[in-house]
Ligand binder design. Structure first.
Ligand SMILES: C[S@@+](CC[C@H](N)C(=O)[O-])C[C@H]1O[C@@H](n2cnc3c(N)ncnc32)[C@H](O)[C@@H]1O
Length: 241
């Protein structure tokens, strides 16, 4: 991390500057980690004990977006994009990392029109679409608690009124999940992850309860349905008008 004047009491900057700088550093670390992990990312979908749940998610997502124009943020290598494409009319799939988008572009998407964009999920500056539906997979867990509202406002601004939104993510399962290494003052939790090259990375990874998800979504969503599987959760809702 940069050592500079952005510390409490340093050169007139406030504590808020320091907190913001720390959060941005956490986000950068996470994005860099996924760029480096791109070629080995889909091994996460090979864990034997998770195959039953993954089949269920695959089936649900393959039929979730019939005829819809879907905005997918943090699409990664397009793993879920390929199943969403089975029923969606079109998909705008965005991610901050060109490394994962290159892999995603090589997949087959049947007759669905899929457009890939390099775009930061907190800005979505490159996304012009006003989509009828939204999706993100394994992204919510990486959003710092303090940025959830900002993310939802940006994401929803690219969606039409009453848009269908689906998101899926990990539940914490002792013995299967990477252990939590620490919790910060805002309640975010972290894991130490190792890549195949031996490098270690501290990654923000939150595991919200169904109640926490409902509370966070309440101002932004209607018809919120939370489905809990053994290793994952799925939320389906409509964007509030
Ligand atoms: C856990 S992966 C999920 C990938 C994919 N959705 C999936 O479920 O297979 C998180 C993804 O978020 C992307 N990412 C990280 N920071 C981002 C940001 N600020 N905006 C958009 N994507 C980001 C990473 O490049 C990575 O592809």
């Amino acid at each position: 991390m940069r050592q500079n004047a952005l510390v409490p009491g340093g050169f007139g900057n406030t504590r808020r500057d320091w907190a913001t700088e720390m959060r941005e550093e956490t986000d950068r670390t996470m994005a860099d980690y996924y760029a480096r992990r791109a070629s080995e990312y889909e091994r996460v979908y090979q864990k034997p004990e998770r195959q039953g749940d993954l089949r269920r998610l695959t089936n649900l997502l393959s039929t979730a977006f019939v005829g819809q124009d879907v905005l997918e943020v943090a699409c990664g290598t397009g793993y879920w994009t390929q199943f969403i494409a089975k029923s969606a009319r079109s998909i705008v799939a965005a991610d901050i990392n060109p490394e994962v988008l290159d892999i995603a572009r090589r997949k087959k998407y049947a007759s669905c029109r899929v457009t890939f964009l390099k775009s930061d999920a907190y800005l979505l500056a490159e996304v012009e679409a006003h989509c009828t539906a939204g999706f993100h997979g394994f992204w919510w867990s990486h959003i710092p608690i303090q940025k959830v509202v900002a993310f939802l406002n940006t994401f929803h601004s690219a969606l039409l009124q009453d848009a269908l939104v689906v998101m899926v993510d990990n539940a914490y399962v002792e013995g299967s999940s990477t252990p939590i290494s620490r919790r910060d003052n805002d309640g975010n939790t972290y894991q130490i992850r190792q890549l195949q090259d031996g490098s270690k990375h501290e990654i923000l990874k939150n595991f919200p309860s169904p109640e926490e998800l409902r509370t966070a979504l309440q101002p932004h969503a209607t018809d919120v349905q939370v489905t809990q599987l053994d290793y994952y959760w799925m939320v389906r809702y409509r964007k509030k008008g």
